[in-house]
Design a protein around this ligand. Structure first.
Ligand SMILES: *Cc1c(COP(=O)(O)O)cnc(C)c1O
Length: 219
């Protein structure tokens, strides 16, 4: 399947999911996840009309950011080491993976013209090996981010546990949406990937992060 065909199918599924819950598809932003995808194929995706890409590693992203036209919006969705946070803040338009006080300290040193849109990543199932702040630590991190002079907190993000079927993700997505209600002025909610973005949309996602369904299996 070509990227164009994949994109058409994803858009169709987005439309169906929206219809099933009375949402407007224009409320949903598709973050095309381009980790491991080479520049030629990202260009192909660009030519299909995609303008929002997600990368999870700074080093891998650098040449891609340089190669693609400047009307592309880049979101950082990977684990963000504090020592790379400043650079990430200077290169990316948004960061989905805030999780620690030390990141915020570094982000605040970045040189930017405009505030950096960011989301706090929540470890929604409390999985020890996963990144993200646990529910119990969320409120204090929110307060910290709100005091940042650089970061504009837009809401929450989660990856969620591996589930056999998308329906099993629903309670986690629902919980993240509830938690998002505790973030002052939250207007973004980043959840849902190739396997479960329809359920995420039904539960209120504004940003879905889709890689495999657009670009095929990663090798
Ligand atoms: C890789 C990745 C995705 C995309 O996953 P797919 O299952 O390929 O759609 C989404 N979010 C994050 C944080 C990722 O690392």
């Amino acid at each position: 399947m070509s990227i164009r065909e994949n994109l058409a199918r994803v858009r169709e599924h987005i439309a169906k999911a929206c219809e099933s819950c009375g949402r407007d598809p224009r409320e949903i932003r598709l973050v095309a996840v381009t980790k491991t995808v080479d520049i030629a194929r990202i260009r192909e995706a660009y030519d299909c009309g995609l303008r929002l890409f997600g990368e999870s590693r700074l080093q891998e992203a650098l040449p891609k950011l340089e190669a693609l036209p400047s009307d592309v919006e880049w979101h950082f969705i990977g684990k963000l080491q504090s020592n790379k946070a400043r650079k990430a803040a200077e290169l990316f338009d948004a960061i989905h993976t805030l999780e620690s006080a030390s990141q915020i300290v570094e982000l605040d040193k970045a040189q930017r013209d405009a505030p950096l849109d960011a989301l706090i990543e929540v470890n929604i199932a409390g999985e020890p090996q996963k990144s993200g702040v646990w529910e119990g630590g969320l409120d204090s991190l929110v307060q910290l981010v709100l005091r940042s002079n650089q970061v504009r907190l837009r809401g929450l993000m989660t990856v969620g546990p591996l589930c056999d079927e998308p329906e099993a993700m629903r309670p986690f997505f629902r919980r993240l949406r509830e938690l998002n209600g505790r973030v002052p002025n939250a207007d973004w909610l980043s959840m849902g990937m190739s396997g479960d973005y329809e359920v995420a949309i039904q539960e209120g996602a504004t940003h879905i992060r889709v890689g495999t369904a657009l670009f095929g299996e990663r090798t």
